[in-house]
Write a protein that binds this ligand. Structure first.
Ligand code: ACO
Ligand code: OAA
Length: 371
């Protein structure tokens, strides 16, 4: 081992490039997309507007929005070949494996997959944005033994997503909660999945390869998989009065508590207050105060024992549960949102590319020879 080499395990604290897409500021606990505070975007914009902003750097004009939403609505239907590919996958496959395979199938069928022009990549990004809800909604339905629900072009993105998943529309308040979650999940600088997409892009591989890799990176419980894991934790604990004891046992056995902690935010995740307020709307609407009590009990016990605060996955997990999604669909919902941030980063990486290839320090056996 070379003692003089400084190892940055997990690249912690390493700044690897510039980005103009979002600014995560752990000191002020703020998150800006293209300069706009995410809370303002969540309150005032549709998810379609936020997607446009992330890709293009500015909010759409009225006519740009009209053209974009028309195109988006025309691309929502599940491609029959993609449906066939999904149907071939066993129900034992995790929905993240299904969505990864579905995106890969779209890529393999796109004759222009390797066209790396900005216009071609923007069109691919917008098309995946439009198609992901159908893939995810259909996967939940087939697991429930239900048929596909075709899209409706009289609904906006969030309404249509819920329509295709459940075959009915929830209250306006619930639709708004879903939209808020999509906006909050959309982008977060050089997180593990986005960085994966940038690494793949840096080799000049196509956008679909980068997105497929990013989906793989998001699946893990230390990243996007945590929203699903939070719900498993709640199921395991059961009721609020058992939270403290459960936590003590879990910490004693060195378990990581899902939905808590963050690589960048050490004083709380900027997105949590907005998502918690959205969760509270669903709790009030459903009367599930028991879930709210469990949420609060685990949060206060964790703060007291470890001083570690919740991340966005902590309120999102129970919110998706109350919206009616099955637990294993939660992380694919994150995919549907983060497709915007990933593809914005893919285009940014392409525009100013340098092959991403760090160094390693060798600590294996010394040179030796065959006798
Ligand atoms: C949208 C998102 O992707 S947000 C992240 C979602 N992931 C999760 O919720 C999974 C649970 N959280 C974690 O595993 C971590 O907090 C991570 C992976 C998110 C960040 O990890 P890191 O930045 O590497 O923090 P690190 O592991 O250095 O933690 C510092 C200390 O806090 C502890 N810690 C951090 N998070 C947790 C947690 N959730 N539960 C228990 N202990 C924790 C670590 O064990 C470590 O303790 P030690 O110093 O005694 O070894
Ligand atoms: O930034 C991170 O490391 C993880 C995260 O919160 C996200 O991707 O939204």
């Amino acid at each position: 081992m070379n003692d003089e080499v400084q190892i940055h395990k997990g690249l912690a604290g390493v700044v690897v490039d510039y980005t103009a897409i979002s600014k995560v500021n752990p000191e002020s606990n703020s998150l800006l997309y293209r300069g706009y505070p995410v809370q303002e975007l969540a309150a005032k914009c549709s998810f379609e507007e936020v997607a446009w902003l992330l890709w293009n750097g500015e909010l759409p004009t009225a006519s740009e929005l009209l053209t974009f939403t028309r195109t988006e609505r025309s691309q929502r239907a599940l491609d029959p070949v993609v449906k066939q590919a999904i149907d071939l996958l066993p129900l034992t496959a995790h929905p993240m494996d299904v969505v990864r395979t579905a995106v890969s199938t779209v890529g393999a069928r796109d004759a222009a997959a390797d066209d790396a022009s900005w216009e071609a990549n923007l069109a691919k990004a917008a098309s995946l944005f439009a198609q992901l809800p159908a893939m995810i909604a259909y996967d939940q339905r087939r697991r429930r033994g239900q048929d596909l629900v075709p899209p409706r072009d009289d609904l906006d993105y969030s309404e249509n997503f819920l329509w295709m998943t459940f075959g009915e529309l929830p209250s306006a308040a619930a639709i708004e909660v879903f939209k808020v979650s999509m906006v909050l999940y959309a982008e977060h600088s050089f997180n593990a999945s986005t960085f994966t997409a940038r690494v793949i892009t840096s080799t000049t591989a196509d956008l679909y390869s980068a997105v497929t890799g990013a989906i793989g990176a998001l699946k893990g419980a230390l990243h996007g998989g945590a929203n699903e894991a939070v719900m498993h934790t709640f199921d395991e604990i059961g009721t609020a009065d058992k939270a403290e004891q459960w936590l003590d046992d879990a910490l004693a056995s060195k378990r990581k508590i899902m939905g808590f902690g963050h690589r960048v935010y050490k004083h709380g995740d900027s997105r949590v207050p907005t998502m918690k307020a959205a969760l509270d709307v669903l709790i009030a609407e459903s009367g599930r105060t028991d879930l709210g009590e469990l949420y609060d009990a685990l949060e206060s016990a964790m703060t007291e024992r470890k001083g570690i605060l919740p991340n966005l996955d902590y309120p999102s997990g129970p919110a998706y549960h109350l919206l009616g999604f099955d637990t294993n669909i939660f992380t694919p919902l994150f995919v549907a949102s983060r497709i915007t941030g990933w593809t914005a980063h893919i285009m940014e990486q392409q525009a100013s590319n340098s092959l991403i290839r760090p160094l390693s320090a060798y600590n294996g056996v010394d040179e030796r020879h065959l006798s």
